[in-house]
Design a protein around this ligand. Sequence first.
Ligand code: NAG
Ligand code: NAG
Ligand code: NAG
Ligand code: NAG
Ligand code: NAG
Length: 328
Amino acid sequence: MASAAALLLQLQLLLLLSLSAAQPGFISLDCGGADDYTDGIGIQWTSDAKLVFGGQATNLPVQNQLQKQYSTLRYFPADNSKYCYTMNVRTRTRYLVRASFLYGNFDNSNTGQPFISTLELRQFNGSLYYTDYEAQFFLALSARINFGADGNKSVRYPDDPFDRIWESDSLRRANYLVDVAPGTERITTTKPVFVGTELEPPEKVMQTAVIGQNGSLNYRLDLEGFPGNAWAVSYFAEIEDLAPDETRKFKLVVPGMPLFSKPTVDVEENAQGKYRLYQPGYTNVTLPFVFSFEFKKTNDSSKGPILNAMEIYKHVQITMGSHSKHHV
Ligand SMILES: *[C@@H]1O[C@H](CO)[C@@H](O)[C@H](O)[C@H]1NC(C)=O
Ligand SMILES: *[C@@H]1O[C@H](CO)[C@@H](O)[C@H](O)[C@H]1NC(C)=O
Ligand SMILES: *[C@@H]1O[C@H](CO)[C@@H](O)[C@H](O)[C@H]1NC(C)=O
Ligand SMILES: *[C@@H]1O[C@H](CO)[C@@H](O)[C@H](O)[C@H]1NC(C)=O
Ligand SMILES: *[C@@H]1O[C@H](CO)[C@@H](O)[C@H](O)[C@H]1NC(C)=O
């Protein structure tokens, strides 16, 4: 009797532990993977085998340097059928959906068979990324940049509770964050930054920034999927200890788009204090493929502009999916 009770207690403890270790609202499918496991950052991956009918699981021929979830994939016949994943989601809830495709010569002959490596869902709480257009349009990520980042590594879970991936601005890619203004410097703080605003960005991303010591911050980047209508937001938090008589005021300038410029940003005033976040944005603005922007200090400001992070998404029309002869 006593041992049965002890066993029961142990089982309950195990259940509690496994529940608290899991991330509520996360679904992470390792496509083609054979088993379930937890990765180095604590994400629990599950095999996709029970959630899709059809397709073949396979291992990539070259596996070294690969994270486990990318070392397998599932491929499907290049026929007229439609192969679907079925997952339990909460209705009337916004999700981040991230799919990855690492070809890795899995078929050794480029047969053109469709395949998928991972499929991730992250539930957003509350009104995160709400738009007036969400019945007809979803938001497709084009850029999510952590300015002044410490090194090249992205910031994601567990720093970001929703596992958004914030790319470092020091990552070098063609036509990505070029034409940087002279006098651009990176700054960092270890002090806490208040980020409890509607978009809840990770504090770690807000603890770094770039500042324009010479009065301007300039960038040019290609926006995947554009021209189009964008949802765009910039994140500002004053993370320098300015003297009482110093000010940081600036305006956004977009060449050829005079209407783009909103009123002057005064970070401390807008955020109602230092080490607090202000996140002005546009819910629907038309942007070109080659996007240049500048934050320029106003004449009455003693300091140049600051920029901690930025996100740009494209409004993409929701369609009912492709036609197919058979659903599998
Ligand atoms: C989202 O809300 C659920 C339910 O209120 C909560 O359990 C979960 O921790 C929240 N997630 C984040 C990342 O805030
Ligand atoms: C960042 O990556 C680039 C290549 O994209 C490399 O040249 C650079 O050395 C890396 N910097 C750091 C700090 O790792
Ligand atoms: C800053 O601007 C001044 C005046 O335009 C210029 O002389 C100086 O070289 C600039 N500094 C840097 C670091 O580019
Ligand atoms: C955004 O604005 C454009 C131009 O005014 C309009 O055509 C479009 O329907 C709006 N909404 C979305 C989601 O693009
Ligand atoms: C700064 O002053 C110059 C010259 O008076 C003026 O042309 C310019 O528009 C002013 N810039 C801003 C951002 O107020």
